[in-house]
Design a binder for this molecule. Structure first.
Ligand code: 13P
Length: 252
């Protein structure tokens, strides 16, 4: 059995104090919640203050970052290393979000270096893949996603690969209020699991957790979770409000 994982990607939103308040509110709303891994991914500079709230109240909420560099240190102005994230108690790291691919030129090769580095530092990568609207309309979804998964997981051992969380986020569904249908998402996600089976082995394909992301709300989360291969969600907009994020968690 795979434990569902719901991660809130705050993107470039919320000041440190606001982030701290948000986790406190979320925690108040979900007393005794179990059976789901809960992750919040604040901007880097908010992490210490969110971490202090989590530690103070002993919340079972894990911290994730939204990106990292693959090197441990060095002359990489503006970057943050896996060691720095570990030092703050971060457990997960989003790698290759479509916004980073689109606006910051990230490639599958860079994603692969980051995934390998995260795993080497015992951080769990949430590796994002997703097709554009043009690619979907041209019938290229399967080819695009398979390529991203293969290149992103290149040269991993089956053991390491089984720790990766994959987030399928169709670009056209992000922030648009127009989510994929649960059936369409399941079709792509079961395809991703098949690709993982081909690349590694059965144990790995059964263990790897695959999320859907893109306009997920308390209203549609149950439909996604009812699908056999969907193990949770990477939530954007709805993770910025305590009410909607905790309602998603409750329904999961
Ligand atoms: P929305 O939930 O706002 O569509 O964002 C999804 C996303 O990009 C999460 O990483």
């Amino acid at each position: 059995m795979r434990t569902p994982i719901i991660a809130g990607n705050w993107k470039m939103n919320l000041l440190a104090e606001e982030g701290k308040e948000l986790v406190k509110e979320i925690w108040k709303n979900i007393p005794g919640l179990s059976g789901v891994d809960v992750v919040v991914c604040p901007p880097f500079v908010d992490i210490p203050s969110v971490a202090s709230a989590i530690n103070e109240k002993g919340m079972s909420i894990e911290l994730g970052a939204q990106n990292m560099h693959w090197e441990e240190s060095g002359a990489y102005t503006g970057e943050v290393s896996p060691l720095m994230l570990k030092d703050l108690g971060v457990k997960y790291v989003i790698i290759g979000h479509s916004e980073r691919r689109q606006f910051f030129g990230e490639t599958d090769q860079g994603v692969n270096r980051k995934v390998k580095s995260a795993l080497a530092h015992e951080l769990i990568p949430i590796m994002c893949v997703g097709e554009s609207l043009e690619e979907r309309e041209a019938g290229q979804t399967e080819e695009v996603i398979t390529g991203q998964v293969k290149r992103g997981m290149f040269e991993l051992s089956a053991e390491k690969a089984s720790n990766v969380v994959i987030a399928y986020e169709p670009i056209w569904a992000i922030g648009t209020g127009k989510s994929a249908t649960a059936e369409d998402a399941e079709k792509v996600i079961s395809g991703i699991r098949k690709t993982v089976l081909e690349l590694f082995d059965k144990g790995c394909s059964e263990k790897v957790r695959i999320q859907y992301g893109g306009s997920v709300t308390p209203e549609n989360i149950v439909d996604f979770m009812a699908m056999k291969d969907i193990d949770g969600s990477l939530v954007g907009g709805a993770s910025l409000k305590a009410d909607s994020f905790s309602e998603i968690l409750r329904r999961v």
